[in-house]
Design a binder for this molecule. Structure first.
Ligand code: DX5
Length: 218
């Protein structure tokens, strides 16, 4: 795996001040940034696209790792623009494309790491055939679209199964993860933890991130 990291999700941040919010997270100990891109249809929400990512890349200037969570149908169309904008990892949904193999190849050719996400209703066996071609599997622990939802504990067996099958794969969890739920994710084998409101809504993100990081010390 590529390390044990906490990636704040910016969906619930003060979006009018996104650059400052990202900097605040990096200064608070974030290992990377989880940037949610949505654009109707796949989830009932709209956030931002590659022009915002490009300006963030320029503003942050300290080489942050951008994990793009593409909550969109036809993720093929944004690969090149996101690569040019400075995205580091392109995480698309298995449910959103007809042709994951071609997309994986395209993402790599554009110089990004490959993440493959599954919604709560998708069984992990569908992801397995691709696991040796990707860098990261994202197990959603809420229905994608919005921050602040309740953690779905019944997703944990997916994480555990993936970890037993693919020991070196990066495994990320996203949705409802905070100090109360993070241990279950870590014990099951997640090494990349996305957390939105637990960090963003705290007065003291440094403490929350460090608390979350402790989940691997057992
Ligand atoms: C859900 C998003 C998450 C979400 C996480 O669609 O992918 O990143 O914002 O936020 P919390 O941690 O509040 O569930």
């Amino acid at each position: 795996v590529s390390g044990y990291k906490i990636g704040p999700s910016i969906l619930n941040s003060y979006l009018a001040n996104l650059g400052a919010e990202c900097l605040r997270m990096l200064d608070s100990g974030a290992g990377y940034l989880h940037l949610n891109v949505s654009f109707l249809h796949f989830v009932p929400n709209v956030t931002f696209g590659h022009p915002v990512v490009e300006s963030l890349q320029k503003q942050l200037g300290q080489d942050p790792f951008f994990d793009m969570h593409m909550m969109v149908f036809r993720p093929e169309q944004w690969v090149k623009p996101m690569a040019v904008a400075g995205a580091n990892q392109y995480t698309f949904h298995l449910e959103a494309t007809e042709n994951p193999g071609t997309l994986i190849k395209d993402i790599r050719e554009n110089g990004m790491k490959v993440g493959l996400a599954i919604k709560p209703g998708t069984t992990v066996e569908y992801l397995a055939p691709w696991a040796n071609q990707i860098d990261m599997a994202l197990v959603m622990t809420v229905e994608p679209g919005f921050g602040g939802q309740k953690f779905m504990e019944d997703m944990i067996p997916k994480v555990h199964w993936l970890r037993t099958q693919f020991s070196s794969l990066d495994i990320e969890v996203d949705g409802g993860v905070g100090p109360d739920t993070v241990h279950k994710c870590a014990e099951a084998g997640a090494n990349m933890i996305v957390s939105g409101s637990a960090i963003m809504r705290s007065e003291d993100p440094i403490s929350v991130i460090s608390l979350l990081r402790n989940c691997w010390d057992y």
